[in-house]
Design a protein around this ligand. Sequence first.
Ligand SMILES: NC(=O)c1ccc[n+]([C@@H]2O[C@H](COP(=O)([O-])OP(=O)(O)OC[C@H]3O[C@@H](n4cnc5c(N)ncnc54)[C@H](O)[C@@H]3O)[C@@H](O)[C@H]2O)c1
Length: 256
Amino acid sequence: MRGLTGKKALITGAGNGIGRAIALRLAEEGADIAIADLDEAGMAATQAAVRSHGRACEVERADVGDPAAVKRAAKALEDRLGPTDILVNNAGIVRLGAVLETKLEDFQAVMRANVEGVLHFSQAIVPGMVARKRGSVVNLSSWLGKAGRPFFGMYGASKAAVIMLTQSLSLEIAASGVRVNCVCPGLIDGTPMRVSAEAQSKALGMPAAKDRVSTIPLKRTGSPEDVAKVVAFLASDESAYMTGQSLNITGGMWQH
Ligand SMILES: NC(=O)c1ccc[n+]([C@@H]2O[C@H](COP(=O)([O-])OP(=O)(O)OC[C@H]3O[C@@H](n4cnc5c(N)ncnc54)[C@H](O)[C@@H]3O)[C@@H](O)[C@H]2O)c1
């Protein structure tokens, strides 16, 4: 499949983990890549990997929660790479804790990165897509945006908000032909966020991911590449009749 030849894809948080896998997959499909992330070393590593696939890759350090920084980075990246055809809002953080003990600063940090970041990058990039009458937006939600779990209150609330932003925006701009979908991954291993979630879970007395594998119908955790394949599908014309959807990538762990 080389369905993205000539396309320009802007991916937030592609300095690590799932975002890096998405950047590499879209590059393999023929897209040039733009990245906005806080992690400069991570971005440099992804950039080198994308370029080794023969695709262009531009990077800008930006905090997705800072609207002025997002505006500046979006303009700088589009000036260098050209107008964006694919926007992947992937950057995010996880903080766990009991709802009744949640500190306001933690709640606001999670909402700022996970929800406001989606808003800012959508506002910076999507109007151009609508004017050109083409484009695909893919947002990273989580199965925890659909299913309540103890200690995942603030993270789950942020990911539920991503689903609702996806649905509303998709309807607001559907007549332009620009599509907006999101993915809801389950337990995805091999990323810094997984390491952080595991440490926080342990401190709260929750089971480790490896001890939960038996509860996953497909009997394994997911990989960043499992997510990247679905994002590539949603980014491409293969999904031309889909908008406003939230696809689970959970090994069957969640089905709604
Ligand atoms: N790993 C999982 O199990 C899992 C499951 C479901 C959903 N997700 C979602 O997938 C996305 C990627 O997850 P991951 O596991 O690759 O995470 P990760 O921590 O490995 O990578 C996240 C990237 O986002 C960047 N980032 C964080 N805050 C930022 C900010 N304010 N501005 C700019 N960049 C910022 C980080 O520097 C990092 O490069 C996240 O939205 C996450 O919530 C992950």
